[in-house]
Ligand binder design. Structure first.
Ligand code: PRP
Ligand code: URA
Length: 210
């Protein structure tokens, strides 16, 4: 597998993903599971954050200890379904800022259409992790990352729960500098560009719109 792609096979992630895929899983559990998986994935995706040494005083003695240093983080969910991952990642990194990019796939052409972009003012000074549970054709991810790069951001990661081989290929060709984290690499896209076996429409299952 491409060195820029990390498949997160932790048993907790895989167990929760199985519950997510199950069509019997209702909206409440589905939302909880997306949040928990995002939290666990965030732990892995931030493994390379730099640390610096500080001196603190415990109740017992002075101690040298580590804190995160350097670049600050921003999370950018792709609306709508990426919203389901925000609470989970903010639990891990509460100081991060959050930007939003609204895209939908045109049902005829299947191309992404932008309808909303709101990013933190200092986004160019931050490392950005883009969030979307589904990487299908890759069109939405490629477009969202292009928008973020136009704002001057140089360090971008992409975190999705399920990826299709087609989307991974498209994304890594369009943005070879972006590291991709996913919990599963599925088989293929069907005629409607849904991921097989996938989990259905993530936005609809999160927000009960179908
Ligand atoms: C879904 C999903 C991704 C996109 C992936 O969103 O959340 O953003 O499809 O497909 P792609 O890789 O082929 O671009 P959708 O367009 O259904 O919008 P929604 O989140 O508002 O439901
Ligand atoms: N978007 C989804 O929500 N599910 C898919 O399978 C593909 C795109």
């Amino acid at each position: 597998m491409n060195k820029n792609i990390s498949l997160l096979s932790h048993p907790l992630i895989q167990h929760k993903l199985t519950l997510l895929r199950d069509k019997q899983t209702g909206g409440k559990e589905f939302r909880e599971m997306v949040g928990e998986i995002a939290m666990l994935m965030c732990y892995e995706a931030t493994r390379d954050l730099p640390l610096q040494e500080v001196e603190i005083e415990t109740p017992v003695a002075l101690a040298k200890a580590q804190v995160i240093s350097g670049k600050k983080l921003a999370f950018v969910p792709i609306l709508r379904a990426g919203l389901g991952m925000v609470d989970g990642v903010l639990r891990m990194v509460p100081a991060a800022k959050v930007g939003h990019i609204g895209l939908y796939r045109d049902p005829e052409s299947l191309h992404p259409v932008d309808y909303y972009v709101k990013l933190p003012d200092d986004i160019r000074e931050r490392e950005v992790i883009v969030l979307d549970p589904m990487l299908a054709t890759g069109g939405s991810a490629v477009e969202a990352i292009s928008v973020i790069k136009k704002h001057g951001v140089r360090h971008i990661k992409f975190m999705c729960i399920i990826a299709a081989p087609e989307g991974l290929k498209t994304l890594s060709e369009a943005h070879p500098d972006v590291q991709v984290f996913c919990a599963a690499l599925d088989d293929y896209l069907n005629d409607h560009c849904y991921i097989v076996p996938g989990l259905g429409d993530a936005g609809d299952r999160l927000f009960g719109t179908k």
